[in-house]
Design a protein around this ligand. Structure first.
Ligand code: GCB
Length: 593
């Protein structure tokens, strides 16, 4: 066992290294570190034709000096954008924009001897090139995970300037690829921080109960810097624990000790102050301890069978119609999930901002976290493969200490092929190597029908711990049989989560004709009633996630009367108002108490 964990640790660390050809893999627990926020107002240049990337080199930020000098750009006196925040909803001319935007921020910094400084981005969609004081820092690809650049040698005492180009063009070989059913919000969508650390700092750590044991804590830490051979302690004062660790020459240490924490659960989301103390650094945060496992077709939380009462959520605020990013946004979104009676949320279809999972820890909401391996990914393309792997690593690296996160999802509705199967089995394997404590899942939609029998039919399921199925009976697909009479079969003997179901309704549209074409709340309500009738008959069903909490922007939804650029499958409208189906789902969850 020890060998397996240690191998995984080494694999994890070497994996992080290969990735550093661009940005570095990011340190974890930013809220627990000494930071200087670079959020706020940034000067911007909208660069549709990418003029600034070539000879004109906007990142040099040149100013005319001689009489004959002129430059056809300036970060001063132009548009200003708020960071964090998608750029599309900040300026009318950026509404449907997909291209490059340059950002610039000046800041004053006081250097501290022997400290290292990092420039940390919570996320920027999709491709980022970063520069400090006209020097190249590096690039990052992927819209939903954090990354960092070390700037210790580049940052100056006094005035500094950071310039970033973010490009949100959809690309065939990207992850996600060109087509997806959500709004392609671009820009620096999450926090930007300067992080100041000791020369040798605790870059990363993982701490959780040993799988299957509720009284034994295990983990590892990783120190980065020149002083790697350190000793230190894991301290959980409330449990009277101060456990010593000794790092090896690579800065890695494994630890394990007996402990009897109150277990984290939706009913009692107990969190402990956990402190990691090395000779040169100390970091702390609140962490919950719980065990998540499967036994046959059951999902076990702390050894007891649970049913996941979930809802799908996009990272978009219905009330404001923009990318969500803040603690307050997380409170609004997860508050609605709690109000619906949920103990579980599926954060679709990409890792959401860190406030969401940190709040889920506090609220006792279990989380399904997913990478944007969505539908028609170019699985045969090695570049796309590398992107998927990086995203998985970055998602797990950031959130592995969140008790709320119980499922890593590796994909959504991909089409089986030799390449897909090979890639997804590799991803499942990688996820297990990086984190052996959680469950692996994926949402798929391959079902074989024979009269009233629906059989789960995707070989992908053999790599998963939990099967996710998206089905839209009553909307995209007529009911194969009367809802209460359908028979679900699976050869996999694994738990099933109905990861998507539902239909569209425009808030306030009423009609008793019960036809889909009028987008009525009544028709959507009936879909939910029928779904619940069917769901109740599935013996191996262990969770439900209606699609979706709220109507969300999607440029593929172009019906001029009913959709107007929104996917209308929300239980809430685009203004957060409750549709009839909301009450059906809420009643279902309440009946399960
Ligand atoms: C799906 C997708 C989801 C879509 C949804 C829909 O199967 O997973 O991203 O938004 O259906 O509304 O069609």
């Amino acid at each position: 066992m020890k060998r397996i964990i240690f191998l995984s640790l080494l694999q994890f660390l070497s994996a992080s290294l290969t990735y550093s050809s661009f940005a570095q893999s990011a340190m974890n627990n930013i809220p627990g570190r000494k930071t200087v926020s670079l959020n706020g107002r940034w000067g911007a240049i909208i660069d549709l034709y990418d003029a600034g990337s070539g000879k004109r080199a906007f990142w040099k930020d040149l100013k005319p000096e001689k009489k004959t000098d002129f430059y056809e750009y300036s970060f001063e006196n132009g548009p200003v954008l708020n960071v964090p925040g998608d750029f599309n909803t900040q300026l009318p001319e950026l509404n449907y924009y997909e291209g490059s935007v340059w950002y610039k921020k000046n800041f004053i910094f006081k250097k501290v001897p022997d400290k290292r400084v990092f420039l940390y981005f919570g996320a920027a969609n999709y491709k980022t090139d970063a520069y400090l004081n006209s020097q190249t820092l590096g690039s990052h690809e992927g819209g939903f995970t954090p990354f960092q650049f070390e700037i210790t040698d580049k940052i100056k005492d006094g005035q500094n300037s950071v310039i970033v180009r973010v490009n949100n063009q959809r690309l065939k070989d990207a992850v996600p690829t060109i087509g997806f059913d959500w709004f392609n919000y671009g820009g620096i969508t999450r926090d930007v921080d300067l992080v100041v650390t000791p020369e040798s700092y605790i870059k990363d750590y993982f701490i959780q109960l040993e799988k299957g044991k509720n009284n034994f804590i295990k983990g590892w830490i990783k120190i980065d810097g020149t002083n790697k051979n350190q000793t230190g302690f894991v301290e959980i004062a409330e449990l009277k624990i101060k456990h010593k660790f000794v790092c090896d020459s690579t800065g890695a240490a494994l630890f394990a000790f007996a402990a009897k924490p109150v277990l984290w659960s939706p009913e009692k989301p107990k969190l402990y102050d956990v402190k990691i103390i090395s000779q040169t650094d100390t970091i702390s945060e609140q962490i919950g301890f719980r065990n998540i496992d499967v036994r046959g077709d059951e999902i076990l939380l702390n050894g007891r069978s649970v049913f996941l009462k979930g809802v799908n959520i996009h990272e978009e605020l219905p009330e404001r119609g923009n990318r969500a990013y803040s603690k307050e946004d997380a409170e609004l979104l997860l508050g609605r999930a709690k109000e619906l009676g949920c103990n579980f949320v599926r954060l679709a279809h990409y890792p959401h901002n860190e406030n969401m999972v940190r709040l889920a820890d506090k609220l006792g909401l279990m989380v399904w976290s997913e990478i944007p391996v969505y539908q028609k990914i170019e699985f045969q393309n090695p570049a796309a493969q590398q992107r998927m792997n990086n995203m998985l690593k970055e998602m797990i690296a950031r959130d592995k200490n969140r008790a709320s996160v119980i499922i890593w999802s590796i994909s959504n509705e991909t089409v089986p092929s030799k390449e897909r199967n090979a890639n997804l089995s590799n991803l499942a394997q990688l996820a297990k190597e990086l984190d052996s404590t959680r469950l692996i899942s994926s949402a798929m939609n391959l079902i074989k029908y024979e009269k009233d029998v629906a059989t789960i039919d995707d070989s992908l399921c053999s790599y998963l711990d939990v099967i996710g199925v998206n089905e839209y009976y009553g909307w995209y697909k007529p009911w194969p049989a009367a809802p209460g009479e359908m028979i679900w079969k699976s050869d996999f003997k694994k738990p099933l989560i109905m990861s998507e179901f539902g239909g569209e309704a425009t808030y306030g549209n009423h009609d008793t004709l019960m036809t889909a074409s009028t987008w009525s709340e009544e028709y959507q309500e009936q879909i939910y009633k029928d779904q619940i009738k069917m769901l109740k008959t599935i013996p191996f069903l262990r969770g439900t996630c209606p699609w979706i909490l709220a109507d969300f922007k999607s440029p593929v939804r172009v019906h001029p009367v009913y959709q107007k650029g929104y996917n209308r499958k929300g239980l809430l409208s685009d203004k957060g108002l409750k549709k009839k189906a909301w009450y059906v789902m809420k009643e279902f969850y309440e009946s399960m108490k």
